[in-house]
Design a protein around this ligand. Structure first.
Ligand code: DGY
Length: 302
């Protein structure tokens, strides 16, 4: 009987698909996955050479319940003939909506305003109380025009009348059709009022946004990151916020999760969320189902 090891509590719909196949489900930390034929893991599980050794040679598939695969040592899985899979598509809407929510929260100072009211500091309407910036007519710079990046572009363009600039490894036909303007990385930073990051974490994207890049951005611009924490140099970002190099940031992901850099915590003009961009009930259910289907596709392959 195939044994599936699931490393976290996931929506029951995903487990039901596996149970219906007659698989034995085991749950528990990654360290207890020995003997499993399939691993259903989370982005918080580091699945490297040592982990694969520990699970054993019967392991056929690593199914990550996430779109990012940076927690899995892919070259090692390939070397061992272990299939691996992620959950793209089903979380696009959730992550895109969260990116826009972070943008609105920072641009209209929602989190600051909430703290202000709760602290009983609201003494009456004032013409200059907690002024933010509107999005209408401004430029949105999308770094990485994939599924999520293009959906964020769509919402910002259709919902807020923003002009979309984008940068990616190559031009994107859909972006061109949508009249998004393809620009260089530097131009995107220089010209955008909002820079939203949608690139995977790869050696080439680690600390892609550091002191120099933040220095190219407009003083009035916002940085939004729902991709991976390590894409941004956090100390450089804290410094940039401190020195008003940029106007603010909305950040859902951190380099050393769950640790959040102490310097970032001190800044006011930043809205922080705990890696919840895909945390809608709809997306999480669909992610669990897709992660289960990915396992079934491999184990039932003839
Ligand atoms: C993923 O699935 O990789 C995202 O980070 C979830 O928010």
């Amino acid at each position: 009987m195939n044994v599936v090891h699931v490393t976290s509590k996931i929506p029951q719909e995903g487990l039901d698909l596996l149970i219906r196949q007659g698989y034995q489900i085991r749950t528990g930390p990654l360290s207890k996955a020995r003997g499993a034929h399939a691993l259903l893991c989370m982005l918080t599980d580091t699945v490297d050479e040592k982990t694969m050794d520990n699970i054993g040679p019967q392991l056929k598939v690593i199914s990550n319940m996430a779109v990012g695969l940076d927690n899995i040592q892919i070259d090692e899985a390939i070397k061992r003939g272990i299939s691996f899979a992620n959950t793209p598509g089903v979380l696009t809407e959730a992550v895109a909506e969260h990116a826009v929510a972070l943008l609105l929260a920072v641009a209209r100072r929602i989190a600051e305003a909430d703290v202000f009211v709760r602290a009983k500091k609201y003494k009456g309407w004032q013409a200059d109380l907690l002024l933010g910036q509107e999005l209408q007519g401004k430029s949105a710079g999308i770094l990485g025009y994939g599924r999520i990046g293009s959906r964020v572009a769509d919402i910002l363009e259709k919902g807020f009348g923003m002009k979309v600039l984008y940068h990616d490894e190559r031009r994107n036909e859909i972006a061109d059709r949508n009249k998004a303007e393809y620009v260089s990385f530097e131009d995107l930073l220089r010209r955008s009022d909002v820079v939203s990051l949608h690139v995977p974490l790869l050696p080439g994207t680690r600390h892609l946004i550091g002191e120099k890049e933040l220095g190219l951005m407009k003083k009035t611009a916002y940085l939004i990151n729902t991709s991976r924490g390590a894409v941004v140099h956090e100390k450089a970002l804290a410094q940039a916020l401190r020195n008003s190099v940029i106007a603010g940031a909305g950040i859902d992901v951190f380099e050393y999760e769950p640790k959040v850099d102490a310097l970032l915590l001190k800044e006011k003009r930043i809205v922080l969320t705990p890696h919840i961009a895909s945390a809608s009930k709809e997306a999480r259910r669909a992610m669990a189902e897709l992660a289960a289907k990915n396992i079934i596709a491999v184990l039932e392959r003839v």
